[in-house]
Ligand binder design. Structure first.
Ligand SMILES: Cc1ncc(COP(=O)(O)O)c(C=O)c1O
Length: 393
């Protein structure tokens, strides 16, 4: 009798995933970013979120290396114990200024920023209203909070308004959306969403993981571009995508920050981000602010790439950003296209359920500043040919 070691159910579930073309496994790369070498071949990587090509920028690397040599590998304690170093303070002040908020608070990752913030703001007896397509970290954060979750139709502020109207007066309310959607690259109607929330006394949180560094003045995000800071209580960003490093943060008011320092469990009960990681983010912010126009340049390149794909008849959904899905539908066809692309020197990973809804498997392409205009034209032709060969066109 050894029930403890019966893992047959795991093998059965893995077989089921394989049959549905939904199994996933890890592929090891030697390099990261928009253009990488594998063996003796250079690949155009459209599955990296290093949108501004900063992960290996020499100034960013130098700042991270400086923090490493002056302050060491680790913060050695959680923030409330002795882990708050001048690095953290400086980065939080810079991020707050960058985002146009009074304060900012760092978390270990964007995922943890959601899981720390949402359960601190709402709990049993409260209500969260989230877009149908929000990221898994938001859904998991709401589950952790034990709050009742209502989903409004994707980017449908009227549906949100209807749900808010029905919600009654009891408890706190929180509306959550992304500004640039991670798998669709479309933009939320933030003004209408924030307006509906305000009319019903709800707090607003916007996940700008994919907008930070790209949209808004000096990459400060879509909330700032639309001047919605006073209506958005929490503007969440990540250091892991356009900023090329790792970590998450929120921008918010002073009282919200003070409250989260006391209540956000992943902030309180986890070691503070390491100095080189914080240094890298400071370096990236500096480059974005000094160079200027990086986000605008990326969006212009992405628009030309999207036009070429659309011109050939591919369905790129409502993408209006550097994230461009090529909608395929079936899992096996999407995998076949991804394989063909790779053979041609283009990396475009197949995104399948549960990351996206059933029947909407796609190749999610992200344009980065590592891609030249010629690279983009070349890759678009390869993508169009691969889609044709799989009967998508
Ligand atoms: C919308 C959104 N929020 C949060 C996260 C998590 O950010 P991080 O990768 O920094 O944990 C992601 C990452 O994919 C995301 O797409």
């Amino acid at each position: 009798m050894s029930f403890m070691h019966d893992e047959a159910w795991i093998s059965k579930q893995l077989c089921d995933l394989k049959e549905q073309h939904l199994d996933r496994s890890l592929v090891v790369y030697h390099e990261a970013g928009g253009k990488i070498r594998i063996g003796d071949r250079t690949y155009l990587n459209f599955s990296s979120n290093d949108y501004l090509n900063l992960a290996r920028n020499p100034d960013v690397v130098a700042k991270a290396a400086g923090a490493l040599s002056s302050s060491g590998c680790g913060a050695t304690a959680s923030r409330l114990v002795t882990g708050t170093l001048t690095w953290h303070n400086e980065l939080e002040q810079r991020l707050a200024r960058h985002k146009g908020y009074q304060c900012a608070l760092l978390f270990g990752s964007g995922f943890l920023a959601n899981c720390g913030t949402i359960p601190a703001l709402v709990g049993r007896g409260d209500q969260v209203f989230a877009d149908k397509l929000v990221h898994a970290s938001i859904v998991d954060a709401v589950i952790l909070s034990r709050t009742k979750l209502y989903r409004f139709r994707h980017n449908d502020a009227e549906h949100l308004e209807q749900l808010l109207k029905k919600s009654g007066a009891s408890g706190r309310k929180l509306v959550v959306t992304e500004s640039v959607f991670s798998m669709d690259g479309d933009l939320a109607p933030l003004k209408d969403i924030a307006g509906a929330a305000q009319a019903h006394g709800a707090m607003v949180m916007v996940d700008e993981a994919h907008a930070t560094g790209v949209f808004g003045p000096k990459g400060s995000g879509l909330v700032r571009e639309l001047a919605l800071e006073s209506l958005v209580n929490i503007d969440l960003g990540t250091l892991s995508k356009a900023l090329g490093g790792y970590g998450g943060f929120i921008a918010c008011s002073g009282p919200v920050r003070d409250f989260l320092v006391n209540r956000a469990r992943p902030f309180i009960y986890s070691t503070a981000p390491p100095p080189p990681v914080v240094g890298a983010a400071l370096g990236a912010l500096q480059v974005i602010e000094d160079v200027g126009g990086l986000g605008a340049q990326l969006l212009t390149n992405a628009a030309a790439f999207r036009n070429r794909l659309q011109g050939a008849g591919l369905n790129t959904g409502n993408s209006a950003s550097q994230i461009i899905p090529v909608m395929v539908g079936g899992n096996s066809e999407t995998l076949a296209i991804s394989k063909k692309l790779r053979e041609q020197g283009v990396i475009g990973v197949a995104i399948r359920p549960p990351t996206v809804p059933q029947g909407s498997a796609r190749i999610r392409l992200s344009v980065t500043l590592a891609h030249s205009r010629e690279d983009l034209e070349h890759a678009a032709d390869i993508i169009i040919a691969a889609a044709k060969s799989e009967g998508v066109l």
